[in-house]
Design a protein around this ligand. Structure first.
Ligand SMILES: NC(=O)c1ccc[n+]([C@@H]2O[C@H](COP(=O)([O-])OP(=O)(O)OC[C@H]3O[C@@H](n4cnc5c(N)ncnc54)[C@H](OP(=O)(O)O)[C@@H]3O)[C@@H](O)[C@H]2O)c1
Length: 300
C-alpha cells in the first residue's frame, strides 16, 4: 500500500507520520515540497506518487487571520482539496481528509451528529465546509474526519499558549462559555491509522462507508476547564507557573472579542465512527500529561 501524506509538519500530520509509517510505503510532504497554493505542483505530486491512499493534514488553520486573508484560506481549504479529490478519483485512491466543528454555528443544545445542518460563521469554517463539499461532489472514495480543539506538543495550539502565558503573566483570563472536546493530534493519528488499515485490508470497506465522521475525544470541557487542567498537569510535572490552575479567571466570549466568530457549542457525537471502527475514544484528559511531558522535553 502506498500512502501519500500531506502536511507532515502540522500537529496532525506529524503524528500521522508516526502512526502511518508502519502500514505501508509512506511518502510525506511539507509546505516546502507540496505547496497548496501551487496547484500544478500539487497535481504533479499526486500523479507521480500514484498513492492508494491520500491523507491530507494540510489546512489554513489561522482562524482569525482567515477573516483577512480570505483568498488564501479558500485556496488551501477549498481549491487544493477539490484538486486532491479530483486526482484521487482518477487514481481510484481514497482521500482521508480532516474537517472541523467550525462548520456548525454552535446554536444546537446537544452534540452535533454528522447529518446536522451546517452553518459556518467564519471564513475558516466556510472554507472548510466548501472543502468537504468539493470532496463529496467529486465522487472520489473518501473519509472526512471532523475534529475539534486539537492539541499536541508540536505546533501552535491553545494548550501550549496557556502554559507559556501562565509562566510569563500575573493573571490569565479564559473563556468559559464555549464547550467542546480537546482532542490530541496523537489520538487523531492513531484513529487515522486504524481507518487506513481497514481501507487497505477490507474489500468494499471504502465503497460501503465513505462519508463524514466525527472524531473527537470523549467528555466535554470549556476552554477554561481545559486551561485549568493543562496548568494542573504542568505544575505537577515541574513547570514553574506564575498563574496556578485555580487562579485562572473565567470570562465570557463577549469579554474576549476575536475577529472570527467561534461556535459556543462544539460538541460532536462520535457514535458513527466508534461503530465503524469498533473503537473507544478516550477522555480528553487522557493525552494531556503526555503532551505536557513532551513540551518540557522540547524546551530543554
Ligand atoms: N487545530 C485545531 O484546533 C483544529 C480543530 C478542528 C479541525 N482541525 C483540522 O485538523 C486538520 C489538521 O490541523 P492541525 O491542527 O494539524 O493544523 P496545523 O498544526 O496548523 O497544521 C496545518 C499544516 O498545514 C500546512 N499548510 C498551511 N498552508 C499550507 C500551504 N499553502 N501549503 C502547504 N502546507 C500548508 C502548515 O504548514 P506550515 O507548518 O509550514 O505552516 C501546517 O503544517 C486540519 O484539517 C484542520 O482544519 C484543526
Amino acid at each position: 500500500m502506498k500512502i501519500l501524506l500531506l502536511g507532515v509538519n502540522g500537529q496532525v500530520g506529524w503524528e500521522c507520520q508516526r502512526s502511518l509509517s508502519l502500514l505501508g510505503e509512506l511518502e510525506a510532504h511539507d509546505r516546502s515540497t507540496a505547496d497548496f497554493q501551487n496547484f500544478q505542483q500539487l497535481r504533479d505530486i499526486v500523479r507521480d506518487s500514484k498513492p492508494d491512499i491520500i491523507v491530507n493534514a494540510v489546512a489554513y488553520t489561522a482562524v482569525d487571520q482567515a477573516e483577512t486573508y480570505i483568498e488564501s484560506a479558500y485556496q488551501v481549504n477549498r481549491e487544493a482539496v477539490a484538486l486532491l479529490a479530483e486526482e484521487a478519483n482518477k487514481l481510484n485512491a481514497t482521500l482521508v481528509h480532516y474537517s472541523t466543528d467550525y462548520v456548525f454555528d454552535g446554536k444546537k443544545s446537544g452534540r452535533y451528529s454528522e447529518d446536522d445542518l451546517t452553518n459556518p460563521q467564519s471564513v475558516y469554517g466556510k472554507s472548510k465546509l466548501d472543502g468537504e463539499q468539493a470532496i463529496l461532489k467529486s465522487g472520489c472514495r473518501h473519509f472526512i474526519l471532523r475534529t475539534s480543539w486539537v492539541y499536541a506538543s508540536r505546533g501552535n495550539n491553545f494548550a501550549k499558549t496557556m502554559i507559556k502565558l501562565a509562566t510569563e503573566r500575573d493573571e490569565l483570563k479564559v473563556v468559559a462559555d464555549q464547550f467542546g472536546a480537546p482532542t490530541s493530534a496523537e489520538l487523531i493519528a492513531d484513529v487515522t491509522a486504524q481507518l487506513v488499515m481497514r481501507i487497505h485490508q477490507e474489500t468494499d470497506f471504502t465503497e460501503k462507508n465513505s462519508g463524514i465522521y466525527n472524531l473527537v475525544a470523549s467528555g466535554e470541557a470549556s476552554w477554561h476547564d481545559f486551561a485549568k487542567y493543562v496548568l494542573e498537569k504542568s505544575a505537577v510535572l515541574g513547570i514553574t507557573l506564575k498563574v496556578q490552575s485555580n487562579e485562572v479567571e473565567a470570562i465570557t466570549t463577549a469579554e474576549f472579542p476575536r475577529p472570527a466568530v467561534r461556535p459556543s457549542n462544539s460538541k460532536l457525537d462520535t457514535k458513527k465512527l466508534k461503530s465503524l471502527l469498533e473503537i473507544e475514544l478516550p477522555d480528553w484528559r487522557f493525552h494531556v500529561e503526555r503532551m505536557v511531558t513532551e513540551y518540557i522535553e522540547n524546551q530543554s
